[in-house]
Ligand binder design. Structure first.
Ligand SMILES: CC(C)(COP(=O)(O)OP(=O)(O)OC[C@H]1O[C@@H](n2cnc3c(N)ncnc32)[C@H](O)[C@@H]1OP(=O)(O)O)[C@@H](O)C(=O)NCCC(=O)NCCS
Length: 225
């Protein structure tokens, strides 16, 4: 049966190929093409779909007929994905979000644009997810917790109730947050970190209990504003 909506995936790396799989086999979207800056094009096709240069994509795949999804990881603490989201919207595209049919999302949880929420995530009542957020597989987002824009969360992170996760932060595998913890913007939370208290912006936190490292997270991730 034909699908009701058509999609252009912006990107040509691993996240783009993962997005192709998930949108193709678990969404209403038919993926029509990939798009990336001309200088990054290494082949005419990817996953059997054409790869169009970004400066020409709107001609072949006009924004009134195609939505877009920006499939980029946590590079530069999510700044590369954020910049491409802005550029793609400026071209007139509406940004799609993918939410796995195998995620548990409470009935009225708000989820923004360009989100990528994979299998076995749990979003309890009164939680919310901003724009451009990636939740890889198997995270628990406890009641009344808020995930701000541009967050990237790896897998099996536990967010207790009443937490706030600051903009652009990264969460490594198996990190855990106690209740009422606020994570500052631009944090890099290491794998297995146990956050018992709120954090300052632009910090790297690791260990149990988590401690702040002396280096700036933005510097560690070579952020270019
Ligand atoms: C926290 C992190 C960024 C540190 O990176 P790094 O600075 O390159 O780490 P290094 O390997 O140089 O280790 C520096 C020190 O921190 C320790 N360390 C590293 N990661 C740690 C972690 N997650 N928890 C506790 N200690 C850690 C190392 O043992 C080392 O200690 P030492 O100086 O006493 O020998 C990284 O280990 C991490 O957790 N990344 C997230 C990975 C992840 O979850 N990816 C998701 C896949 S999508």
């Amino acid at each position: 049966m034909g699908k009701s909506k058509a999609l252009v995936i912006v990107g040509n790396g691993e996240i783009a190929e993962m997005a192709f799989e998930y949108f193709t086999h678990d969404s209403d979207y038919e993926v029509a093409a990939f798009s990336i800056g001309q200088e990054y094009i290494t082949a005419d096709t990817l996953m059997g779909r054409p790869v169009a240069p970004l400066d020409a994509v709107a001609g072949s795949y006009p924004p009134d007929r195609y939505d877009a999804f920006v499939a980029i990881g946590d590079l530069q603490l999510n700044r590369v994905r954020r910049r491409q989201v802005e550029a793609t919207k400026a071209m007139g595209y509406r940004l799609a979000s993918y939410v796995s049919s195998r995620a548990f999302v409470w009935r009225d949880v708000a989820i923004g644009e360009n989100c990528f929420i994979l299998e076995h995530n749990v979003l309890q009542p009164f939680t919310s997810v901003g724009d451009n957020v990636t939740l890889w597989s198997g995270n628990h987002i406890g009641h009344r917790s808020v995930i701000e824009d541009d967050v990237f969360m790896a897998s099996h992170v536990v967010v207790s109730g009443f937490c706030r996760l600051g903009r652009s932060s990264f969460f490594g595998v198996n990190a855990a947050m106690g209740p009422h913890v606020s994570v500052g913007a631009d944090n890099y939370i290491g794998m297995g970190a146990v956050l018992t208290a709120s954090t300052e912006p632009d910090g790297i936190y690791q260990g149990n209990p988590a401690e702040r490292r002396s280096v700036s997270a933005k510097r560690f991730c070579r952020v270019r504003e």
